[in-house]
Every structure is written in C-alpha cells, then in structure tokens.
Design a protein. Structure first.
Length: 120
C-alpha cells in the first residue's frame, strides 16, 4: 500500500506542477511545436470527460461530470484495497499512476470547473 500511496502522491504533485507550468506559459492560440505535424503543447480547458466527451453539457450540469470523476476515484480506491494484498508489482504501479492522475483531474474540476490539458 505504501508504494501505491507514494506513487499516487508523486503523480498528483507532478500533475499539478506541470499544469501550473502550462497555465503560466501556454495559451490556446499559439501551440508550441515539439515534433512538427505530430506533437504540440497547447492549453485546453476540458470541461468534459475523456477526450472531451460531454464537453457540450451546459455549465449548470457539469457537477455531474465531477460526480463521475469522484465515483471513479472511489471505485478505484475500493478496487485497490481488494487487489493490493495479492496483486503484483505491476498492478500496484498501475493503480498508483491512475489514482494520482484521477486525483489531479478532480482537483482541477474543483478549482477551474475543467481539467487542464496541454498535450496535443
């Protein structure tokens, strides 16, 4: 459990630091080309879920998206407690990575009403 919590914490902190950098340095109009015609850095505030699904939902209904995120985090936590005692190292690492990223996105939704995305 210590590995999972440590990794989730590290991912959460890295997630928030990179998003802080993106908010300070990037914008939605001027992408930073990393690999031409393949990979760019551009600031996007994603009010939807994965890949912008439900992004067109009216703002007064966006609390439902946050509820989905919170439910997913709770389910992941429940799954982790059941699997970790007999799970492999790979399972522990995977759960830690997903939990840290999900917690970072949930904090974004609470702070900004959307998830900060910047990898394109």
């Amino acid at each position: 459990m210590t590995l999972v919590l440590g990794l989730a914490t590290a991912v959460f902190v890295a997630d928030q630091l990179t998003k802080k950098w993106a908010l300070a340095r990037l914008d939605a109009v001027h992408p930073v080309v990393v690999i031409p015609d393949f990979f760019h850095l551009v600031l996007v505030m994603n009010p939807g879920v994965a890949f912008g699904i439900f992004a067109g939902v009216p703002p007064r209904w966006r609390w439902i998206v946050s509820l989905f995120s919170l439910t997913a985090l709770a389910l992941l936590g429940s799954l982790a407690f059941r699997l970790l005692p007999r799970g492999s190292l790979l399972a522990r690492v995977a759960i830690g990575l997903v939990f840290g990223g999900a917690a970072g996105n949930l904090l974004d939704r609470w702070r900004f009403g959307a998830v900060v995305d910047f990898l394109d």
